[in-house]
Design a binder for this molecule. Structure first.
Ligand SMILES: *Cc1c(COP(=O)(O)O)cnc(C)c1O
Length: 382
């Protein structure tokens, strides 16, 4: 059976009429730049993420870049970040003049460790970029406590975690809500994906919001008047129109990902050597990825691919070992927990439209590889 890692056509089929109508209305109006849909989406996403301000921009990468840029980093200024993440998390630090300082992760959640962050702080630390990896929030309450002691701003890279929540001091807080700035990506494969690139910056701070709105429009709030040098980093009206149609479905899609993930974990928990993803009990995980740790990982992937089952490694080469960051002086062994994850992880199909038969095929193929039989008739629970 063919089971792609992600099937965007299946999602499109469920919303085609509404999304085509929304796109057509933008085309009829021909207001492609900063049309009303951009502001409407900003208001809706701010509500979902429990923040005062949301500012659309051109990509999830720019959503990290603009807040970092506003810090006016000087040569030698350090920004702490995990190495087990997508490249943009650290490429933006380099491109805004900072020196990335990579720290290790927690083995269970794959999220950056608050203890490792604390140990990496120096007098040159100017910011911390936290990633809510695979759809589950990092331990923000611990990280914020470490940062607050020294007045260091925290950026939450929530590209994979829109709408994910964490119980902090008994209150459900959203991804991107509690840091100085939160960042979202609308890359097509994200949980809320557009028809191209797009991103958003979240913040509670009025001055930061105003600065982001200025930087994304060439440093001017009034057309042809520039208070500072910014850039062109707007969210297209067309993308905003697509995302406005999709947004009401997001919580249902995330719940479906969660249910499918729990069903996988109920099955894989009994396969010797296979470790299902840990969910921190204080987290509501949105499972952007369902990621196992497995023995003989590469051979398993060959086995799955031969049976038409999509799978992928996020991430095969952590950022501290990338050729472009050789100048930072990291070596194999610098971040042992990260490097072990690189060698052991594999992500399986977990999109909302994945059918029960498809999921059973994935479970069956994994069991077959490890010579493990199911305790029941092979039916996937849930
Ligand atoms: C996708 C992603 C980004 C970048 O988003 P783009 O929209 O592709 O620029 C940044 N960080 C993480 C963790 C991501 O997964």
């Amino acid at each position: 059976m063919n089971v792609p890692l992600l099937d965007l056509r299946a999602q499109h089929a469920t919303i085609k009429d509404a999304v085509m109508a929304a796109v057509n209305s933008v085309i009829e109006r021909q207001q492609f730049i900063m049309g009303p849909e951009v502001g409407q989406l900003e208001v809706a996403v701010a509500k979902l993420s429990q923040v005062k301000h949301a500012i659309g921009c051109a990509s999830g990468t720019d959503a990290i870049l603009l807040p970092l840029w506003s810090l006016d980093l000087q040569p030698g200024d350090e920004v702490i970040a995990p190495a087990f993440t997508f490249f943009a998390t650290a490429g933006t630090i380099h491109n805004t003049g900072g020196t990335p300082v990579f720290v290790d992760i927690e083995p269970g959640t794959f999220n950056v460790s608050a203890e490792a962050i604390e140990a990496a702080i120096t007098p040159r630390t100017r910011a911390i970029v936290v990633v809510h990896l695979f759809g589950q929030m990092a331990a923000m309450e611990k990280i914020l406590a470490v940062a607050a002691k020294r007045g260091i701003p925290v950026i939450e890279d929530a590209a994979q975690a829109i709408g994910a929540r964490r119980r902090m001091d008994g209150v459900w807080r959203a991804a991107g809500e509690t840091g100085w700035a939160g960042t979202l990506s609308f890359f097509p494969s994200k949980n809320l994906g557009g028809w191209g690139d797009g991103g958003m910056i979240l913040t509670q701070d009025d001055a930061t919001a105003a600065r982001m709105r200025s930087l994304r429009l060439h440093g001017g709030t009034r057309q042809y008047h520039h208070d500072e040098v910014g850039t062109n980093s707007r969210l297209d009206t067309l993308q905003a129109a697509v995302l406005l149609v999709k947004l009401p479905y997001l919580s249902g899609w995330s719940a479906a990902r969660r249910a499918k993930s729990l069903a996988y974990s109920a099955e894989f928990g009994s396969v010797p050597g296979v470790i299902p993803p840990a969910v921190d009990p204080d987290n509501e995980h949105i499972f952007h990825q369902y990621t196992l740790r497995v023995p003989r990982r590469d051979a398993l992937m060959e086995h799955l691919k031969a049976r038409g089952i999509g799978c992928a490694v996020y991430y095969p080469l952590a950022l501290h070992l990338q050729p472009c960051f050789e100048y930072l002086g990291y070596r194999p062994g610098s971040l042992p927990v990260t490097e072990r994850a690189m060698a052991e992880v594999v992500s399986l199909p977990v999109y909302p439209e994945l059918t029960e038969a498809q999921q059973e095929a994935v479970v069956g193929a994994v069991r077959e590889f490890y010579g493990s039989t199911s305790g029941d008739d092979g039916h996937v629970a849930g």
